[in-house]
Design a protein around this ligand. Structure first.
Ligand SMILES: [Fe+2]
Ligand SMILES: [Fe+2]
Length: 470
């Protein structure tokens, strides 16, 4: 008999917070790979979730169906109504780990009614104290990561150029009637094989991007970086296949623009919100979905192309196509946040670009109107209050570039390199400074690096590129 859990309070937990004795009532977040079910997964679900229901996303929104009716190619968003006597619903030792490996990321649970007083969920990780021995040990690890990151800046710059050429060529071929993903695979191989994602993400915050080709590359690497962070918070590496799928989805998300006149997509003037050009531009989402579906691409990539402009408040002029927000899968909602973020930090010659810290503020202001707030919170947690490459003013008056974001408990304490002293003199000998081990130094504000340095000479990027740590 299933337990009657209706009157027990439900808590939302991550897999590492599950404890023996708890009962899983719902699995509220699944990894990206559930965007298209394969035969093996369908078999696994039917064998292990008898009596439960699946929340599917279809053309008319979310629908809940018995798990027995779930089939290949369905898009599964959540699993609900788990009978209490299901083996997989009873948390036992080892179960959280195997659930996680299966791509189950977030759970609604109840505590057993006869268990001793319900414990508070454990904090995800105890906060490390500033200046502690633990902080010093963590610094050694961070140092290695930061050095690797800096070493990849130049190769990442070349890869970004190559990848954006690949996208431009792909769109040009498409305009001539031949759609193929030729070149995209090798561009993705370069990013993943050489581990260039973080450096490419950083470059996106310092270099100009056109509004279509480099935009797609930058949006893609930021999306992949953030999604990887989300998974790695639980101590895991993102599955290689899923990582590639995310990159492809980002690379191709605006492919529908290849059906539009090149003068419109390469335009450097701003179109008024109700202009003929803006209305034409809106069509790129339906064209994109059609092109990717004709190319036989994964459903997740098709959905990103189709729905990345749907706002939570669908009455907004900037929301299209005209579908309820409910039909937009979680990962696309996440991609929508990244798309807007990249559009803000990428340069348009008709609009000033924003530094990463300010773009984060813009997104936070629209947390409830334009976006799924849960996705905004995750995005901001991944990017940090002071994203990598932010130019920040320290309390000492020095200016520093952020090389690694701060732990979330101490947002004002990232890893930085000072590039200019309080007197405005440039520093030529660079050092890595982890503000977690420097109790007296902390970040006070973001400085707009485009305003502070000469923008036309690309000075902000050149200075960042010159940071060399011996
Ligand atoms: Fe778009
Ligand atoms: Fe876009």
């Amino acid at each position: 008999m299933a337990e009657n859990a209706d009157n027990l309070p439900r808590r939302t937990l991550k897999h590492h917070q599950l404890r023996p004795g708890m009962t899983i009532q719902e699995i509220t977040e699944l990894s990206f790979s559930y965007a298209t079910l394969d035969a093996e997964t369908v078999r696994f679900l039917k064998a292990n979730f008898k009596g439960a229901s699946g929340v599917l996303i279809g053309n008319s929104g979310r629908e809940t169906v018995p798990i027995a009716q779930v089939k290949e190619l369905d898009q599964l968003e959540a699993i609900v109504d788990l009978p209490g006597d299901l083996i997989i619903a009873k948390v036992a030792l080892g179960l959280p780990e195997s659930l996680y490996k299966r791509g189950f990321l977030e759970f609604k649970v109840t505590d057993s009614p006869d268990a001793p007083a319900a414990e508070e969920p454990e904090p995800e990780a105890p906060a490390i104290a500033v200046g502690s021995d633990e902080a010093k040990r963590a610094y050694q690890e961070r140092l290695i990561q930061v050095k690797t990151f800096l070493e990849t800046v130049n190769p990442a710059l070349e890869s970004r150029d190559r990848a954006s050429n690949v996208i431009e060529e792909m769109m040009d071929r498409g305009r001539a009637g031949h759609f193929s993903s030729k070149g995209v695979e090798s561009a993705i191989e370069e990013v993943t094989g050489q581990n260039l994602g973080s450096a490419m993400q950083a470059i996106a915050g310092l270099k100009n991007s056109d509004q279509t080709y480099a935009h797609c590359v930058d949006m893609s690497v930021i999306l992949q970086g953030c999604y990887t962070d989300l998974l790695e918070q639980s101590g895991k590496k993102v599955d290689d296949l899923v990582g590639r799928l995310i990159l492809v989805s980002g690379f191709m998300h605006d492919i529908g623009k290849s059906k539009l006149p090149k003068e419109i997509i390469d335009s450097t003037v701003a179109f008024a919100p109700d202009s003929k050009e803006r209305i034409i531009l809106r069509n790129h989402v339906t064209y994109g979905a059609q092109i990717l579906s004709d190319m036989g691409m994964h459903k997740a990539a098709i959905d990103v192309a189709h729905y990345h402009h749907v706002k939570k408040d669908t009455s907004l002029l900037a929301s299209y196509p005209d579908v309820p927000f409910d039909v937009v899968p979680s990962m696309v909602r996440f991609a929508a946040v990244v798309d807007v973020y990249q559009a803000l930090i990428g340069r348009r010659s008709y609009k000033k670009n924003w530094v990463p810290g300010k773009a984060i503020d813009y997104i936070l202001k629209r947390r409830n109107s334009e976006f799924d707030e849960r996705m905004v919170d995750r995005f901001v947690a991944s990017m940090g209050k002071y994203p990598v490459v932010s130019l920040i003013r320290l309390n000492t008056g020095d200016l520093a570039y952020v090389l690694m974001i701060a732990p979330k408990e101490h947002p004002e304490r990232p890893v930085v390199s000072i590039i200019e002293n309080a007197q405005g003199e440039m520093i030529t000998h660079h050092e890595i400074l982890d503000l977690m081990v420097e109790p007296d130094i902390y970040a006070t504000e973001v400085v707009d690096h485009y305003e502070h340095y000469n923008e036309t000479e690309d000075q902000a990027f050149r200075i960042f590129q010159s940071i060399e740590i011996s």
